[in-house]
Design a protein around this ligand. Structure first.
Ligand SMILES: O=C(O)CCC(=O)C(=O)O
Length: 415
């Protein structure tokens, strides 16, 4: 088996990467592209592969699993390697076409109104309820996480600019690892790779886990843990409002909110480098989020698209805002009233994009199912079976996980 020299790769990568498209195509670029995706490729070519070709492919696969930034840093990629090329039916439509056809935007919720007493809060609760039902997504302004958000994006950018060897210390193919630097969406199952690198940080028992987080950049632990705490507070506040909006009070709400306080939290710090052929691939494929709510911080480079009314709606970042979406657990808990919708990330050829998703749920051991208050045999029969974290992780590492919709596997009713 051909093994790439990691030290050599590290030495090649001590500088900040130029945009991927800024260099002439090196030989490796041509090779990476040669096996371009074609329907029925294997059937059309029955000749057995030469041993040398197989070794070369293995070497290339190892290179690609080191991530997109590493690939770009090695000397420039002018065309998209075959492993990232989506079948035509899964490619994003060109952005101008997309902009013309959709023209939609996701709702904006002003948290200052939600915090105001009386009629202001009541009106904001109605808007929140409608946003969770109709879109499953909204942008939050007036949230008070602004300063932490700027510092978070800044340290994330500096982390991805570290030499590859520094980032590689946190690489693991194990999807259960609490600290993990990786690439694509689900490395184990992705037939086509995504144009994305990420740092995953599990934040349950924050004080206990922070010492295992990357120690470079030097301020990462401090900035990210402060940001994680802000997100947890925001999650708690939004859950309290959403439970009120959906009509759950008393012990039911108390139990869920206690679960939120002690609940699970995971940060996904994403980097989507500039891509030489962005219309052929995605930064993240259509997927829904595990958990109750996700709080997403994005820089000013757009890319997030949300599925709504059979089209993809681009979420134009409002400066200082956060995007919040309903996750699979909230759809199940609300017995289908709130929607966990598919979203995806497109990439562009000019600018790298950073985003930070904070995924929140109840404690990992908790079984999630529809709230009894929202189920009745006549009008609202139970729509989902109960689930837990172990079932989700099994799903992720199974062949079923290719379909990127855990929620579908939990449905009892289809309408
Ligand atoms: O980058 C984005 O806008 C979305 C990220 C996302 O969907 C995720 O991390 O699950």
């Amino acid at each position: 088996m051909a093994i790439l020299d990691l030290n050599q790769a590290m030495n090649n990568n001590n500088t900040t990467a130029p945009p991927c498209h800024a260099h002439a195509a090196p030989a490796s670029d041509q090779r990476l592209r040669q096996a371009e995706w074609k329907a029925g490729d294997d059937a059309d070519n029955p000749n057995p592969r030469h041993q040398a070709d197989a070794e070369e492919e293995e070497e290339e696969e190892e290179l690609l699993l080191k991530g997109v930034r590493h690939l770009c840093e090695r000397g420039g990629i002018t065309r998209l390697p075959a492993r990232y090329v989506l079948p035509p039916s899964d490619r994003p439509a060109p952005p101008d076409h997309h902009q013309r056809t959709s023209g939609l935007t996701i709702p904006v919720i002003d948290l200052a109104r939600l915090r105001s007493p009386g009629a202001g809060r009541a009106a904001a609760l109605v808007e929140l309820d409608a946003a969770c039902r109709d879109y499953g997504f909204f942008q939050v302004v007036g949230h008070g996480v602004g300063v932490g958000g700027g510092a978070m994006l800044d340290v994330a950018r500096r982390f991805f600019e570290l030499p590859f060897g520094e980032r590689a210390r946190h690489m693991s193919p194990d999807i259960r690892a609490p600290v993990r630097y990786g690439t694509s969406f689900n490395q184990l199952n992705d037939g086509v790779l995504c144009w994305r690198d990420f740092l995953k940080l599990v934040c349950d028992d924050l004080d206990g886990v922070v010492p295992s987080w990357p120690d470079a950049p030097a301020d990462l632990r401090e900035v990210v843990s402060a940001y994680a705490r802000s997100c947890r507070r925001l999650f708690r506040e939004l859950m309290e409002a959403a439970l009120e909006a959906i009509g759950i009070g008393g012990p039911g709400a108390g139990e869920v909110l206690a679960g939120c306080d002690a609940g699970s939290q995971m940060l996904m710090v994403n980097c989507f480098p500039a891509c030489p052929e962005p219309d052929l691939t995605l930064g993240m494929p259509p997927h829904s989020d595990y958990g109750f709510l996700t709080v997403l911080l994005q820089d000013q480079v757009n890319g997030l698209e949300v599925r709504h009314a059979d089209s993809w709606v681009l979420v134009d970042p409002i400066p200082g805002s956060l995007v919040v979406n309903v996750g699979d657990h909230f759809e199940m808990y609300s017995n289908g009233r709130y929607k966990s919708v598919l979203h995806r990330v497109r990439v562009n050829s000019a600018r790298s994009r950073i985003s930070v998703a904070s995924l929140h749920s109840l404690p990992p051991a908790r079984v999630i199912g529809p709230a009894p208050e929202l189920v009745d045999d006549d009008k609202n029969p139970r729509r989902y079976m109960d689930t837990d974290l172990a079932t989700f992780l099994d799903y992720l590492s199974s062949a079923e996980g290719k379909h990127k919709s855990f929620l579908q596997t939990r449905r009892l009713l289809t309408s």
